[in-house]
Design a protein around this ligand. Sequence first.
Ligand SMILES: *Cc1c(COP(=O)(O)O)cnc(C)c1O
Length: 211
Amino acid sequence: MNIIQNFKNIKDELSSLGYNPKIVAVSKTFSIDHIRPLIEFGHRIFGENKVQEAQKKWTKIKQDILDIELHLIGSLQRNKADDAVKLFDYIHSLDSEKLVTALIKSEKKLNLKRKYFIQINTGGEIQKSGIDSNNLLDLLKFIDGQLDVVGLMCIPPFDQDPENHFKNLKSLADENNLSMLSMGMTADYVKACKYNADYIRVGSKIFGARK
Ligand SMILES: *Cc1c(COP(=O)(O)O)cnc(C)c1O
């Protein structure tokens, strides 16, 4: 497993296609020793899906390397809002008024400002987090500029062609003057780039299969 080569291959593939998204290297489940070569190579953007796991792995490294940008890509429970705001630079899973309220409170209390993506459940899957696209405007009104919402995120249903989902997310962002898109994983990041993904979230193609 050559993590750096894997990472370079993705960069090269994308640049040969004319794409240059930011790559969130999704390091969930992997130990910091497994991840370290990519940090030493100079990559700075990493993603985790669980607050507690991320705290254990990243708290010290983030103190040592100040420009590490850590992204929470998994769903967030309100009672972990403080911990998430403390550790993560970006949170990709904003999906309810209650969570918004908790995060505003945490940011005030900790005197920190973070960046957020609102997660859209583009496939309307009951088991998946994210809001229905029809509720986006209401959530934005509720947020009313109190959180720095930079864009939209989606995870298309596994059993569907992701292309329509990426296309819909892009239109929805354009309609609401949101500039950034977080979309595309190992299986579909090239397609996501076709619809202007700003952040792709790639795990297994960089770090190998998760156990
Ligand atoms: C795990 C995960 C990824 C990365 O998945 P891969 O298929 O390993 O690239 C991306 N986004 C989210 C939200 C994830 O949970």
